[in-house]
Design a protein around this ligand. Structure first.
Ligand code: FEO
Length: 187
């Protein structure tokens, strides 16, 4: 690989800038994806799932903006991603949450690839910046996994789906109780 030179005008290589812009694209799509899911849940009467997803859509936008700030502060140029091809309709509520789990696992893979690259080229500042995303991804994977498990534990028959929707509404509380920030406070 050709060695990239840093100049006084920039603290990240163009390669890292490209990787971080790809991550912006992923976070932007996550936000749009969850917004679309939230809207579908709303139309189906899954009001708690809708509220959970509206909030998560906003969180994904914040993940994206955090990357904008980092890239531009480092002398790069953060790019607004093209967002097309978002799915609007889903067969079931379970499909929504299974898709979220799959998607979050992909996001984790992407973050890990960038972290790995930063370590290899000794970009320890970006490496450290990305640790927040590493921790956040574990939390988001756990949350999505808990949601998917509800379908097996409760079952979808009778008032099952209504109950699952209620329980999904409580998952944010679960995240707050088990999240990394809370562990810090307790230790
Ligand atoms: Fe910010 Fe859930 O990826």
């Amino acid at each position: 690989m050709k060695k990239q030179i840093l100049t006084p005008r920039r603290s990240i290589t163009t390669e890292i800038e490209t990787l971080l812009n790809q991550q912006i694209d992923m976070e932007g799509k996550s936000s749009a994806y969850y917004l679309s899911m939230a809207s579908w849940c709303d139309t189906q009467g899954y009001v708690n799932s809708a509220s959970f997803l509206y909030k998560h859509s906003e969180e994904e936008r914040q993940h994206m903006l955090k990357l904008f700030g980092y890239i531009n502060d480092a002398g790069g140029h953060a790019l607004q991603p093209e967002i097309i091809g978002i799915k609007h309709k889903f067969k079931t509520l379970k499909e929504v949450f299974e898709s979220i789990l799959d998607h979050e696992l992909e996001v984790t893979k992407s973050i890990n690839n960038i972290v790995d690259h930063c370590f290899k080229i000794k970009d320890f500042t970006t490496f450290q910046f990305l640790q927040w995303y590493v921790t956040e991804q574990r939390e988001e994977e756990t949350l999505a996994r808990r949601a998917v498990e509800l379908f097996d534990i409760i079952g979808e028959e009778g008032i099952g789906l209504w109950t699952i929707d209620q329980e999904i509404g409580k998952l944010d509380g679960f995240a707050a109780e088990s999240g990394p920030d809370n562990l810090d406070e307790n230790n």
